[in-house]
Design a protein around this ligand. Structure first.
Ligand code: PHB
Length: 392
């Protein structure tokens, strides 16, 4: 088999890339280890920057996000037992959309399949070969059991932090920038009505908490925990008591409680692999970088990567000039590092450092006062959260 762009991974990066390439008349094949049902079922975060929604809309896959997602024009920072609204739209004219990632994936998969795209779900033993030659190969066993060798002009590694793409770049050829945080997030899904019209990012002496949402009847909430916390050690009552303690305040704010249908612990880390290219293999999305979820940047950054990549590939296929391929990594990495800084900053401003002192706690409150009280500081947060411009 032969295609121009072999895409490993049918997540946001891989699927948006295949759509951007199709728009430019460049054919691709997507190879995905998971089954379609699993992808469409797996709950992930769901904050879409305005630019992401605009891009999906331009590509003809934004209708459901606009109709069923919720436009949020701000968030609440809670600290010192009070809520402080950051008015995104007032400060920047922009907003974000709450629309779960797996719904984005459903829309992308449906659109690609309707357009006759070749997506190989359930591919086993995916491996990359000859990526430094001008004809890299993706080998895999198809869902039907047949062995496939897919010859490509370039390979896009969009298979996440545990995929084969990143591991295909030899140790000596890449630098791993990594930071682990000394805490995790305990995440729950609860069958309950919304507790707040907007997301609540809460700082407290007991640690961080985030009140988010999925649908009018299902809410997503997190609280900072030890990295090795065990979900089974937490009864529903204990979880509600902890969450309520962290958001409690003078205004009497309390959470709408309900049956907890999912409990899990998420590691918090920052990671970047550079360069984002090895020969004809291009890393995009979580294959190239991971951000802690505090800045809600993961999906948006994956989409921004492939916008840059599609442009580079378009130039390459039009002119044969490999120089355009070299431009991808450095151009994408500039946004990645800005997002790394924002995600690290939000994380360190809002979480309790287990090794921190009373000074650190007071310093955080000083910083939060500044962010909430200064138009310049609040605008910085609002611009970053709603997303810097993406050039198509
Ligand atoms: C989520 O809804 O899962 C969510 C929202 C905002 C974040 C992280 C996660 O910053």
């Amino acid at each position: 088999m032969r295609t121009r762009v072999g895409i490993v991974g049918a997540g946001p990066a891989g699927l948006v890339l295949s759509l951007l390439l199709a728009e430019r008349g460049i054919d691709s094949v997507v190879v995905e280890a998971r089954g379609r049902e699993e992808i469409e079922r797996t709950m992930r975060a769901g904050v879409l920057e305005q630019g992401t929604v605009e891009l999906l809309t331009d590509l003809g896959v934004g209708a459901r996000a606009l109709a069923e997602g919720a436009r949020h024009e701000g968030v609440e920072l809670r600290f010192d037992r009070r809520g402080h609204r950051i008015d995104f739209t007032g400060l920047t004219g922009r907003a974000v959309w709450l629309y779960p990632q797996h719904e984005v994936l459903k829309d992308l998969i449906a659109a690609r399949l309707a357009a006759g795209a070749d997506i190989r779900f359930g591919a086993r033993d995916v491996a990359l070969h000859d990526v430094t030659s001008d004809e890299p190969v993706i080998s895999f066993t198809g869902a039907d059991g047949a062995a496939v060798r897919l010859r490509c002009d370039v390979v896009a590694g969009c298979d996440g932090s545990a995929g084969v793409s990143r591991r295909t770049v030899p140790d000596g050829e890449r630098t791993d920038y990594f930071r682990a945080y000394p805490f995790g997030w305990f995440g729950i899904l609860a069958e309950a009505p919304r507790s707040s019209p907007e997301l609540v990012y809460a700082h407290s002496e007991r640690g961080f908490a985030l009140i988010s949402t999925r649908t009018p009847d299902v809410q997503r909430m997190y609280f900072q925990c030890a990295p090795d916390e065990r979900p089974q050690d937490w009864s529903d009552d204990r979880i509600w008591a902890e969450l309520n303690a962290r958001v409690a305040g003078e205004d009497g704010f309390t959470l709408n409680e309900g049956r907890i249908v999912d409990k899990s612990v998420i590691a918090m880390r920052s990671y970047v692999c550079e360069p984002m290219r090895h020969g004809r293999l291009f890393l995009a999305g979580d294959a190239a970088h991971v951000v802690p979820p505090t800045g809600a940047k993961g999906l948006n950054l994956a989409v921004a990567d492939v916008v840059v990549l599609a442009r580079a590939l378009e130039r390459f296929f039009a002119t044969g000039d490999t120089g355009s391929l070299e431009a991808y990594g450095p151009a994408a990495a500039r946004r990645v590092w800005r997002a790394q800084h924002f995600s690290w900053w939000m994380t360190s401003m809002l979480h309790r450092d287990p090794d921190g002192s009373p000074f650190d706690l007071k310093r955080q409150l000083g910083e939060l006062e500044l962010v909430a009280g200064s138009t310049a500081s609040a605008t910085h947060l609002a611009e970053a959260y709603t997303g810097w411009p993406v050039e198509r």
